[in-house]
Design a protein around this ligand. Sequence first.
Ligand code: SF4
Ligand code: SF4
Length: 187
Amino acid sequence: MNTIQDLFSGFMSFLRGMKITGANLGRDKTTVLYPYEKADVAPRYRGLFVLPFNEANGRLNCTGCTLCIQACPTNVITLTKLGAGKHGGIQDFQMDLGRCMFCNLCVEACPFEAIEMTTQFELASTDRNVCVFPLTSLAQGGAAAAEKNYNTISTALAAEAAEKAAKAAAAGESGGHGAAHAPKEGA
Ligand code: SF4
Ligand code: SF4
């Protein structure tokens, strides 16, 4: 008797399952055959971060202030500064993906909008060394953008140094003339 009841119960359960399957057959599917098909990623998804290239200034916005490094809880970022002052920037900027938890704290800490999250999420690799992204990978525009950034900053720094040197020379010259025309002590 129990066997017949079990069979009946099992059959009813099967019918209930098929009813749900039938009801969903006509609906739009919500799954995709990844990686052959890809679903849309929400715009605020946090994937790999990048350093946007500022076309107007011909350089990256990053000044090398290190605020993002100080904000990062897992020591993901390292950088090499290039120059200082109003033209200061970066020569290199590295991100260790294996340590990043995509918390966005670095982006929030940056006062120059020099770092931003992207929706790029396919970052897996079998090579651990590939997880360290250099500036040429992080700069929007790649190696060409990194090179332009270097050239723009170097040129601005050189011009600034030349201007300072010229001003110092002019000041020295006028100081020299002044000394020549100054009345001699005891004269
Ligand atoms: S997203 Fe978070 S963990 Fe990743 S680099 Fe930025 S601050 Fe560090
Ligand atoms: S990304 Fe922003 S916070 Fe980080 S060093 Fe560059 S300017 Fe400073």
